[in-house]
Design a protein around this ligand. Structure first.
Ligand code: NIG
Ligand code: FE
Length: 401
């Protein structure tokens, strides 16, 4: 049906470098594989999916054709960690950090106050602005957490608003203990595991806990993840961000999809991640940039055989960037990743961290989520930091930017 845009097949021809994260010419690909790229390539998108990839010289015909003129094409970025449901901003807190103050979990409470005071439409407008920002920078899938409401009503509305913009919604009632429960932490944990969970679980896929000094301890985190699991949610954990601690071990015990931050890891943490078989280490280099903390060494994790993802952690406190290209550049320069490892971590790695097999790669049958760069190779994402290079974005086969 020619009038149904999604049914029109598209050939992107003359691609200088096509990053697929999939074996060349495989008939169908069930999940993201190791980093893989080919030069002088073409790709056909049909019915929202990748229908064919291969050498430009052998490209089949399609209903329409885009000439990439030698540019690079890669899977859309998968940003597996973001906190986008909030009101207000904390620019002064960032400036104070750059003048020497440390980052502390306490700043979260000022965003909680602003978020509670905001209308649904104010929160929705902020979310829409950030979602558009992400899309135009090449992010075709993003996760979004609640966590700035911290009452039953405000968490439920955060989850509902997040579900309007993504299917990867995370219930983070356990972000910090809100001020009204300062003297009754156990009471707050009960609320998070009880009434608040019941209100949030239907709209969410994931449950997350900030397991850190100043937020929630190991036993509290375990209880919250267990309760979430009983309500049908899968675990992910904010772990080892501000210092060494039990977060990574708690994540692995809970068979979490991902332990996020991983800034302060012991050798035992690294070994446990390598042996976990299913818990990804999600690195958030924008946080180290924005808090002036030391960058974790991705090479240490990769050498041990840990699956590494890169995400933004976009939030008004510890890191207010929505830019996956910036995070790739920082991961390469500051975390000792190769350009290929960082591109993989920002695409296939993010898909693993969200337990998704349909995204993060451009194998035949994958969702046709992809980016064209105004550059001949994906290495330019780190090679030209800070320069806008996204020349086109397709989501489910539709050109959206
Ligand atoms: O991932 N660490 C906890 N949560 C966020 C920060 C939120 C904030 O500072 O507002 C993070 O860094
Ligand atoms: Fe976070």
């Amino acid at each position: 049906m020619l009038w149904d845009h999604a049914q029109v097949s598209v050939l992107i021809a003359n691609i200088g470098e096509l990053v697929t994260n999939a074996p060349v010419d495989a008939v169908s690909v069930a999940s993201p594989g190791p980093y893989a790229a080919m030069s002088d390539a073409a790709i056909v998108l049909d019915d929202g999916k990748v229908a064919w990839t291969g050498s430009a010289a052998r490209a089949p015909a399609a209903d329409s054709c885009v000439d990439a003129e030698g540019r690079a094409v890669l899977p859309g970025f998968v940003d597996s960690h973001a906190h986008l449901v909030f009101a207000g901003e904390r620019g002064a807190e960032f400036a104070a950090r750059m003048a020497g103050l440390p980052y502390t979990a306490g700043g979260i409470r000022s965003t909680v106050a602003a978020t509670r005071a905001a209308s649904d439409d104010q929160l929705r407008a902020n979310l829409a602005r950030l979602a558009t920002e992400m899309l135009t920078q090449g992010t075709t899938t993003f996760e979004c957490k609640s966590g700035y409401g911290l009452t039953v009503v405000d968490e439920a509305r955060s989850v509902a608003l997040a579900a309007e913009v993504t299917s990867e919604v995370t219930y983070l009632g356990a972000h910090v203990v809100p001020p009204e429960f300062a003297d009754d932490v156990a009471g707050y944990v009960d609320l998070v595991c009880g009434q608040m969970l019941a209100a949030c679980a239907p709209g969410a896929r994931w449950v997350d806990v900030f397991c850190e000094r100043g937020a929630f301890g190991a036993d509290e985190a375990r209880a919250i993840l267990r309760a979430g699991e009983s309500a049908g949610l899968q675990a992910r954990v904010h772990a080892n961000q501000l210092g060494p601690g039990p977060g990574v071990q708690v994540a692995i015990e809970a068979e979490a999809a991902s332990a996020d931050h991983c800034t302060f890891l012991t050798d035992a943490d690294v070994d446990a991640l390598a042996e976990s078989g299913g818990t990804v280490a999600t690195l958030l280099p924008g946080v180290e940039f924005s808090t002036r903390q030391p960058y974790p060494d991705a090479r240490r994790l990769l050498s041990a055989g840990v699956t590494v993802a890169i995400a933004t952690d976009c939030n008004p406190g510890s890191c207010f960037t929505s830019s996956m290209p910036l995070c790739i550049a920082l991961a390469v320069r500051e975390m000792h990743m190769t350009t290929e490892e960082a591109v993989w971590a920002a695409t296939a790695g993010g898909a693993h961290a969200l337990r998704r097999t349909d995204i993060g790669h451009l194998g035949t049958g994958a969702r046709a989520d992809l980016i064209m760069l105004d550059a001949p190779s994906s290495a330019y994402l780190a090679y030209r930091p800070g320069v806008p290079q996204i020349a086109g974005v397709w989501r489910a086969g539709e050109r959206v930017a």
